[in-house]
Design a protein around this ligand. Structure first.
Ligand code: NAD
Length: 490
């Protein structure tokens, strides 16, 4: 089954936290097993951190911020991020293999994630010394200027679906802006990030600028959110946890950026280039087995071409195959058994409510029995108020529904609590702009769909998809606070 020439690399990072450029075991001595989603077997161990470990990491960050790291010129910080980026590319294959095994994602997708991670450090390495302030006209005798200052110690809670990419976009921007970071990666997948820490130390990132405390959300994660010396929290994860994080941070008036889930629509008008759209619609739901916040999980098609689109898309779905990460098929396994049960629950609800399956792919015959596989599934005529159209499945399940006209398309597109990404497919230029304005969403793609890509493109949601923006230059503003200085010079 697996490519014969590829073997999993040994996990060389210890079951320890990365604090002040050193490995430190948990104060409690507790550890946590890492499970390979492709076969369900444990293959490594991480440290299970708590309050004491988070406190040590925040102290290390504080002293870096007040010391060597804080004293570096922005251009010097940027150069270090650029060197780190190149070190990541030098280790690209090893990092991709670690990520593929840890997340269960097809190796080719993991390679894309490594390249994106390196690109974040390249982009932010070049941007941090361009964070200009402003001068503001004021009455005669005054000079007014604004400075963008780092928050200080920033906390980063990272999910398991794209550890490398989300680490790169969040930590890259925070470090470039001059913050010192404490990261709590997901307990399901974090080994690539520990390897990144080693590379950071090797390229000379000063001790304490980056610290990683591994462990469980309600333990290490909650300790980070509550810590009084963490001045900003960047959280990526589920809407429910995001609400808890925001409420906890509000107790001490700590600003948060929330990157939460999505229920993103592909809106296909009758004049669309269907041929160009088909691969994009498949990829948008199959990539990372649908465990993508920006997955295109709703397909809305103008009535006159609905059957044709379902027919042609169905042929593609029927040919999709899920299998182990190393087999590098269309889909890997889901991250864990509970996630698979959750996705199966949605498919059970579809059967129970008489929703028809338009097409279904398969799981490769010799997939390990212990892996967490789900066959990619295309559902048709899913009612707009059904849980499959409203709630995030986070699996390879695409729900289709026809619409009557533009007004109906807008109504359906906006009929969820989420608003992260939307795809609009039409050749009509005026309609492209009308739709881009009317859809309630943080990003709108017209005749393409590439939410995961585009390091330069501000990304984030409205409603239950969260608030604040990551990626692009916009993220740098989020990782700074603006100070206004008013000088009276007579
Ligand atoms: P989750 O919210 O349970 O976990 C995400 C992270 O939060 C993990 O590191 C976890 O350990 C941590 N966490 C859990 N409880 C915590 C607490 N009480 N305090 C602090 N941290 C805590 O999410 P999940 O179910 O593991 O991940 C999938 C969800 O994340 C999906 O809903 C998906 O849409 C969302 N997501 C969003 C984006 C985005 O950019 N918008 C990206 C990836 C994932």
């Amino acid at each position: 089954m697996n490519a014969p020439h590829v073997a999993w690399p040994a996990i060389t990072t210890p079951a320890a936290h990365f604090i002040g450029n050193r490995w430190q075991a948990s104060a409690s001595g507790a550890e946590w097993p890492m499970v390979d989603p492709s076969d369900g077997a444990p293959f490594a161990t991480i440290a299970r951190g708590g309050d004491a470990d988070v406190d040590a990491a925040v102290r290390a960050a504080r002293s870096a911020r007040d010391g060597v790291w804080g004293a570096l010129a922005p251009a010097e910080r940027g150069r270090l991020l650029g060197t780190w980026s190149r070190a990541i590319l030098d280790r690209a294959e090893e990092l991709a293999l670690i990520e593929a095994r840890d997340c269960g994602k097809p190796l080719q997708q993991a390679r894309v994630d490594v390249a994106a991670c390196a690109r974040y450090f390249e982009f932010y390495g070049g941007a941090g010394d361009k964070l200009h302030g402003a001068t503001i006209p004021y009455p005669e005798g005054f000079a007014v200027l604004t400075w963008r200052e780092p928050h200080g110690v920033t906390g980063h809670v990272i999910p398991w679906n794209y550890p490398l990419q989300i680490f790169g976009r969040s930590v890259g921007a925070a470090l470039a802006a001059g913050n010192a970071c404490v990261v709590k990666p997901a307990e399901d997948a974090c080994l690539s990030l520990l390897r990144l820490c080693e590379l950071a130390a090797a390229v000379g990132l000063p001790a304490g600028a980056l610290n990683v405390v591994t462990g469980l959300g309600p333990e290490a994660g909650a300790a980070l959110v509550r810590h009084p010396d963490v001045a900003h929290i960047s959280f990526t994860g589920s809407p429910a946890t995001g609400a808890w994080v925001a409420a906890a941070a509000a107790q001490r008036h700590c600003p948060v950026t929330l990157e939460l889930g999505g229920k993103s629509p592909q809106i296909v008008f009758a004049d669309a280039d269907i041929e160009a759209g088909l691969p994009a619609w498949v990829n948008a739901i199959v990539q990372n087995a649908g465990q993508t916040c920006s997955a295109g999980s709703r397909l809305l098609v103008e009535q006159s071409r609905y059957e044709e689109v379902l027919e042609r898309l169905g042929q593609r779905f029927a040919a999709l195959v899920a299998g182990p990460a190393l087999a590098d098929l269309d889909c890997g396994p889901l991250i864990r058994d509970s996630q698979r049960q959750r996705v199966r629950g949605f498919l059970d609800a579809a059967r129970r409510d008489g929703i028809a399956t338009a097409a279904q792919g398969s799981v490769v015959a010799d997939a390990p029995a212990g892996g967490f596989y789900v066959a990619p599934t295309l559902l048709r005529d899913v009612p707009a108020d059904h849980t499959l159209m409203r709630d995030e499945v986070f699996g390879p399940v695409l729900s289709a529904l026809p619409f009557a006209d533009e007004a109906d398309a807008i109504r359906l597109a906006n009929a969820t609590d989420f608003g992260l990404v939307a795809g609009v497919w039409t050749r009509d230029g005026a309609r492209q702009l009308r739709m881009a304005r009317a859809v309630r969403s943080g990003q709108v793609f017209v005749n393409n769909y590439g939410a995961g890509g585009g390091v330069e493109l501000p990304f984030g949601g409205v409603g239950h998809s969260g608030h604040g923006r990551e990626k692009g230059f916009e993220a740098l503003y989020g990782f700074t606070t603006l100070k206004t200085v008013v000088l009276r010079h007579g």
